[in-house]
Design a protein around this ligand. Structure first.
Ligand SMILES: [Zn+2]
Length: 419
């Protein structure tokens, strides 16, 4: 399409420079392709719901794969429903190739970025808020009256990537008031709880005010006072400031979490953690619940930070099954009542810090012969109970070879244990 439009002169009608136009066409086509692919995922689901006949399913999957869905009424209807057309992310951004821009230092050490404007050989100069010159292909996005300069960096060149990792194996638990607690009892990213709760309070209050303003605007429109309704929508219900504040908050949380992970990797060659990505498979919609939204999002950032930092600094990340790690005593394995940030173990006569106890449990899971990453919850519970039962009856473990130990854990002889 791009070559055809270049050949027949269509591109001139857009009134922008050829290079920027080409990159934008590429962006737009990529958007269309992505939307098409996303729609097909939904339609495949619809096909499985519609029929159980393998031949019919195969026929429809095939038609979808080779883009002949328009001929089938059901598929055409489904595609029309799920293919979101007309949504374009390229309306507020352009791509500038590496050889098209340059940076210069102006007065008072300020960095200026120069990119081609609409007039030939006349550069548009943009003051940057950083002292690091962007390099490579740039994407300039107009966002809330500002220009965002996006570009790729080589992570191995970052200063934090040069920091060596530690030499130990450390378990970590994702906390509520701090980003991570490790198995040594140290807490990292202690500002996270405060950041999240203040943001949550702020959002709740602001959403309440916005709802009130929106209802005033709606009732004004209902009375026919459209000028007032418009004034409120334009002046009080905008999103520019909101987005800017949200972006700033996101950046703060990310810094807190990444710093926490760096602290752990400072002493660890192997980090043992719960797999924080897997719970996203359900894709539950959280609606308006601010707290849960924030919690779900931070979990994703923690997962990203663990993977990213481990990769860059050369430590290993081991995912373990975290079932019951927050409820079991790490010394005797018994499930105890958790009381806020405390875990009581009556047999041991100890009150543990719940998150430190969990981090130690997570560390121990890495070497657990019976509990694998995908062992189901109820099986984990059974294994833990069998172990403590064995303790209670002081039954000696007669054969401790791994094979029989595993079999015993899987098929415990309960009558022998209860004697
Ligand atoms: Zn105990």
């Amino acid at each position: 399409m791009r070559d055809r439009w270049l050949a027949d002169g269509t591109h001139v009608r857009f009134g922008v420079l050829a290079n920027a136009w080409k990159e934008t066409v590429r962006d737009a086509m990529a958007d269309i392709a992505a939307n098409l692919a996303a729609a097909k995922v939904e339609v495949r689901r619809a096909i499985t719901r519609r029929t159980n006949d393998p031949a019919e399913r195969k026929r429809m999957f095939n038609a979808l794969a080779v883009d002949r869905w328009a001929e089938d009424p059901f598929l055409a209807r489904q595609m029309r429903k799920h293919w979101k057309r007309g949504r374009n992310r390229t309306h507020d951004q352009i791509v500038v190739r590496a050889d098209q821009h340059n940076t210069a230092t102006g007065g008072r050490g300020r960095l200026w970025l120069a990119v081609p404007g609409l007039q030939r050989r006349q550069m548009v100069r943009i003051p940057l808020s950083t002292t690091v010159a962007p390099a490579g292909t740039l994407r300039l996005i107009l966002h809330g009256g500002r220009v965002e300069v996006h570009y790729q960096i080589d992570a191995s060149q970052m200063r934090s990537s040069q920091r060596p990792c530690g030499g130990r194996t450390v378990g970590v638990d994702k906390g509520y008031t701090e980003a991570l607690t490790d198995s040594d009892g140290a807490r990292h990213g202690c500002g996270l709880g405060e950041l999240l709760s203040s943001e949550s309070d702020r959002l709740k209050e602001r959403n309440r005010r916005r709802a009130k303003l929106r209802s005033i605007a709606n009732s004004a429109a209902g009375r026919g006072d459209h000028a007032k309704a418009h004034r409120i929508t334009a002046n009080n219900l905008g999103t520019v400031k909101r987005e800017r504040q949200a972006a700033r908050h996101r950046a703060r949380v990310r810094t807190e979490i990444f710093t926490a992970v760096h602290r752990v990797v400072d002493k660890a060659a192997t980090v043992v953690a719960e797999d924080l990505t897997k719970t996203f498979a359900g894709r539950t919609t959280l609606g308006k619940n601010v707290n849960r939204r924030l919690a779900a999002w931070t979990k994703g950032v923690t997962a990203e930070a663990l993977t990213n930092v481990s990769e860059r600094r050369g430590s290993a990340l081991v995912h373990v099954n975290a079932a019951y790690t927050s409820q079991a005593c790490h010394r005797c394995g018994r499930l105890g009542p958790r009381n806020g940030d405390r875990l009581h173990c009556t047999p041991c006569g100890v009150v543990w810090q719940a998150d430190v106890n969990a981090a130690i449990n997570i560390l121990q899971r890495a070497g657990d012969p019976d509990i694998a990453l995908h062992t189901p919850h109820h099986v984990v519970r059974q294994i833990l109970q069998d172990r403590t039962d064995r303790h209670r009856t002081r039954l000696p473990v007669q054969d401790s070879s791994p094979a029989t130990a595993e079999r015993r854990a899987n098929y415990p002889n309960r009558s022998a244990m209860s004697k």
